[in-house]
Design a protein around this ligand. Structure first.
Ligand code: THG
Length: 369
């Protein structure tokens, strides 16, 4: 099977598109209606750089939904079950969002830029529309927009050295999810200690997309002595680390799940503020989650199909594995997913079907490393 996907006006190009093409990107995916690099032709080297060195990723498709105006804080709090009362300016938070029925519809990073300006750095669903609608229906005094902001991730144990070289030694003291406004030789950006890996690192939220190639090249040049190279959010590392991905692990339209099932029920505050989905989640909390988030090890090295697969107990479907990959650090194929709660303790053999045959699966805890 050989075909091409046309890049038409419905597929947005990132601020780093030209730089990634020039530097040898070999596959793209689509995220928030924007092209996002998948790999640069050498997945093993890209993984090794992330684990042992430093990698740079075009994650401009993590778009910002900006809430600006006197009611910005009110809307941010209404959108998430997580209590935001102690978030200070210059801090970020992981803030799952739910719909009125309590299903997760996104899991952004929230950045509080000022008392009346917040960014939601969103995963792959249309939160701009959602936030605009909620703001109008609740008569809030607020503007919802998508500003010209393009995150570039620098991840890996040596990311801090690259950031220190670019921005100064003070970046070593940044707290996780802390951020500051910076100017890098005339390039405006927000520098945050964050990123979708557990190897440490920073995200550079470029605020002028015309300077994408200039920023890419500055990071590449500063990172050269540390062996920096291009890459993309890494599926194997995120499975090892237990980082979730809205779209892969749950998606409202195709495999919906609530925060209790996904393992972040601890972020839901049912005692305090009003938020969308509160009544539904109170109900769910009262009866208990019907499914549970799990890790699995899988026998053999089946080919990841690029979508979730059923988790089987004999011929019965008892859950799904949203993604799996061979981890050389674990020495096994590992995956994450959801299983019906009544099967968690049951001592029955589980399996997934891939590459035309069954592969035994064993439940484990997450993270794997
Ligand atoms: N960075 C930025 N925007 C993003 C992502 C990112 N938007 C899309 C996507 N990633 C959102 N999803 C996540 C998922 C997990 C985390 C961040 C964003 C994360 N989780 C930590 C963990 O699970 O250990 C911390 C969770 C917590 O504080 O409770 O970092 O990566 N800009």
């Amino acid at each position: 099977m050989t075909f091409q996907i046309g890049i038409g006006p419905n597929l947005r190009k990132s601020a780093y598109f030209n730089a990634t093409v020039r530097d040898g990107v070999s596959s793209f995916s689509v995220y928030n209606h924007m092209l996002i690099p998948g790999n640069f032709g050498d997945p093993e080297a890209e993984y090794d750089r992330l684990i042992n060195g430093v990698a740079m990723w075009d994650v401009a498709a993590q778009r910002q939904v900006q809430l600006e105006g006197p009611d910005a804080g009110k809307l941010a709090q209404l959108l998430t079950p997580r209590n935001l009362s102690n978030v200070r300016i210059g801090q970020g938070r992981y803030v799952p969002l739910c719909d009125h029925d309590g299903w997760v519809i996104n899991d952004p990073v929230l950045l509080k830029l000022s008392d009346d300006c917040y960014w939601l750095s969103v995963a792959d669903s249309d939160i701009h529309l959602w936030a605009t609608a909620i703001a109008h229906e609740r008569d809030l005094d607020i503007q919802v927009s998508e500003p010209d902001v393009s995150p570039l991730a620098v991840q890996g144990p040596k990311a801090v050295d690259v950031a220190a070289k670019l921005f100064g030694e003070q970046v070593r003291d940044f707290k996780y999810f802390g951020f500051v406004q910076m100017d890098l030789d005339g390039i405006p950006l927000v520098l945050a200690r964050s990123g979708w890996s557990k190897q440490g690192g920073f995200e550079l939220y470029l605020q002028d997309s015309s300077l994408g190639e200039a920023l890419w090249d500055k990071v590449k040049e500063a990172g050269a002595e540390y062996g920096i190279g291009p890459g993309a959010p890494n599926d194997t590392e995120r499975l090892e680390s237990g980082l979730l991905s809205y779209g892969a692990d749950m998606r409202l339209q195709t495999h919906r799940a609530n925060p209790y099932e996904m393992g972040f029920g601890g972020l839901v505050d049912l005692e305090g503020h009003d938020f969308i989905g509160k009544a539904a989640l109170a109900q769910t909390a009262a009866v208990g989650a019907k499914r549970q988030f799990i890790g699995v090890t899988i026998n053999g090295t089946p080919t990841p199909p690029g979508h979730q697969v059923s988790l089987m107990s004999g011929s019965e479907t008892v859950g799904y594995i949203s993604e799996f990959a061979f981890s050389k650090r674990v020495g096994k194929t590992i995956g994450i997913g959801l299983i019906n709660s009544d099967h968690v303790g049951a001592d029955v053999p589980l399996s997934i079907f891939a590459d035309g045959k069954n592969h035994a699966a064993q439940i484990t805890s997450v993270p794997f490393i």
